[in-house]
Design a protein around this ligand. Structure first.
Ligand code: NDP
Length: 293
């Protein structure tokens, strides 16, 4: 039996529709639209695509998209001044500075400068700390998307053994923190982990966030494990055309797993849906407006 496909596209469309319905209610209750400011520095083509998609999703949800496009030679001081201005602008509920930033700008400094209560990307150290100790804050969007897919697939996650492969601040660590908060037993694996296949074989839940095409093989998995593949890797196929693959070898993994996210169409679409959800949550908190759970 092959694994069930976890349809991230459908889950994201449903979340976006729920957010849009809530935004409509928020607007009639408060007389204003939640606003998301997205800052793009330079002309990295992938970043430009992400920023366009984020703006489109924001507007489709009935929210205001405020885009700032700055030249590649923008100084750190200029970017920090813009962040300060957005921090104090009452129409701005969420601030997102698209990464990567050009080399003259220290990304950590910029992320730390964003008001933690408008940090809808959840990368500010204050929000990382809140997540670690269980305080309300903002959770990074891709990890939040992984959690929503897992909850929808498995329901209660308590007691499950989750192996997270990858320990980056933007994916691996926050995913691990979220799963710990769900009462999973969490193992975090990384490039120095010994005998990774044996570690992965213990997992009821595998989250792969590595950035290595097709690394996790089917025979690394416990029978019927749930597999969340965060990886997005562009590779050249036999036909010479480039295509996207995950960190999990989909063909072999789907023979063993119980359920698995495809790439594309798995975790990817959830990221933007969670971003607009976080923006609505921010607007609601700032206005003392009660959102349903
Ligand atoms: P990073 O490069 O920041 O982190 C990769 C992690 O994988 C590191 O912790 C590294 O370990 C670990 N790693 C590398 N090689 C191995 C190995 N051979 N065995 C075990 N662990 C290894 O990547 P990100 O976390 O930013 O992204 C991971 C993937 O997720 C990428 O493919 C990226 O494109 C994708 N992604 C997708 C998103 C989406 O769906 N919207 C959003 C963000 C990322 P160590 O710490 O020891 O170096």
């Amino acid at each position: 039996m092959t694994a069930r496909l976890i349809d991230g596209k459908a889950a994201a469309a449903s979340l976006r529709a729920t957010v849009a319905a809530e935004v409509a209610k928020f607007r009639s209750a408060t007389g204003r639209s939640p606003g998301l400011a997205v800052v793009l520095v330079g002309e990295d083509p992938a970043s430009a695509v992400y920023v366009r998609s984020k703006g489109k999703a924001t507007v489709e949800a009935g929210m205001q998209s405020i885009e700032h496009k700055l030249p590649a030679d923008t100084s750190e001081a200029e970017l920090l001044a813009l962040v300060d201005q957005l921090n104090s602008d009452p129409a701005v509920d969420g601030i997102l500075v698209q990464l990567p930033l050009p080399p003259q700008i220290d990304a950590n400094k910029v992320i730390t400068r964003i008001d933690p209560d408008k940090d809808v990307d959840g990368f500010n150290p204050v929000n990382a700390g809140r997540l670690a100790i269980g305080l309300p804050g903002f959770v990074p969007c891709t990890p939040l998307g992984c959690l929503k897919l897992l909850r929808a697939e498995l329901g209660d996650l308590a007691g499950k053994h989750a192996v997270v492969i990858g320990r980056s601040n933007i994916v691996g660590k926050p995913v691990a923190m979220l799963l710990l908060a769900e009462h999973c037993t969490v193992t975090i694996a990384h490039s120095r982990t010994r005998n990774l296949p044996a570690v992965v074989r213990q997992a009821d839940i595998v989250v792969a966030a590595v950035g290595r095409p097709n690394m996790v093989k089917g025979d690394w998995l416990k029978l019927h494990a749930t597999v969340i593949d965060v990886g997005i890797n562009r590779v050249e196929g036999d036909d010479g055309k480039s295509r996207l693959v995950g960190d999990v070898d989909f063909a072999s993994a789907r023979e063993i797993a119980g359920a698995i996210t495809p790439v594309p169409g798995g975790v990817g679409p959830m990221t933007i849906a969670c971003l607009i959800r976080n923006t609505l949550v921010s607007a609601a908190r700032r206005d003392g407006y009660q959102l349903p759970e």
